[in-house]
Design a protein around this ligand. Structure first.
Ligand code: FPP
Length: 224
């Protein structure tokens, strides 16, 4: 595969549910199934990194019940999908400040990381309590405190994404054309793709079409 790292803003769960006259959280539940489908699909195709925006630093502003539902869904997802990680040699990782998540979710995250840490298939990275501006401030504070010289290389070494390859392609579903505080530094030379499909309706077929579209693009990274 000529593409190593895909990042996705999984948007449109609420609208999907509304269209079907269901509660918003039903969209998140279906969204979690799509996460499993696309992760295993891309793992089988040989992708190395898949970063998914699951909960932003701004998502705490949502109704308390929706936040609780998302935290429970995450906990359940990691528990139920452990076998999927093992069967497909998927390594699990996170970006964002997870110290603010409920303790039981933090424990589940740690356990999943420990069990999958030596797997060499796809690395699935969930962005949890992640905000790019928050990340940039955290990195800057750490570098000042440790008197690290501000160079591009040193900055990248301290980002949450330090261990991953650069992002080749960022996909946002649901027709919104914004970056919404996701990976602002890391998207510098990424290709962007905006799909009108609501995330719960995203299929592996559409994903393959998006990859075909990516293959037609000429990436110059500022050169000619
Ligand atoms: C955005 O849709 C989606 C989120 C804020 C949550 C993303 C979560 C999932 C896809 C499911 C959980 C994931 C895992 C890994 C278990 P929205 O609610 O903003 O939709 P709307 O814009 O239509 O209201």
């Amino acid at each position: 595969m000529n593409i190593k790292h895909i990042a996705i803003i999984m948007d449109g769960n609420g609208r999907w549910a509304k269209k079907k006259r269901l509660k918003r959280v039903a969209g998140h539940k279906r969204g979690a199934e799509v996460v499993r489908e696309i992760t295993t699909h891309l793992a089988k195709k040989g992708l190395k990194y898949l970063t998914l925006y699951a909960f932003s630093t701004e998502n705490w502003k949502r109704p308390k019940l929706e936040v609780e539902f998302l935290m429970n869904l995450l906990d359940k997802y990691l528990k139920n999908e452990l076998q999927t990680y093992i069967d497909n040699k998927i390594k699990f990782d996170t970006i964002g400040d997870i110290t603010k998540l409920p303790k039981r979710v933090q424990n589940r995250i740690q356990k999943t990381k420990d069990i999958t840490k030596n797997f060499n298939g796809l690395t699935q990275v969930l962005a949890l309590n992640y905000g790019s501006q928050d990340e940039i401030i955290r990195v800057s504070k750490k570098m000042c405190e440790n008197k690290i010289e501000f160079t591009k290389e040193n900055f990248e070494k301290n980002l949450d994404t330090a261990n991953f390859e650069p992002i080749d392609l960022m996909i946002r579903t649901s027709g919104e054309k914004r970056v919404s505080n996701f990976l602002l530094w890391q998207l510098a030379y990424a290709e962007l793709y905006f799909s009108p499909t609501l995330f719960p309706d995203l299929t592996t077929n559409e994903l393959d079409e998006i990859l075909n579209n990516f293959n037609t693009r000429e990436r110059r990274f500022g050169g000619v």
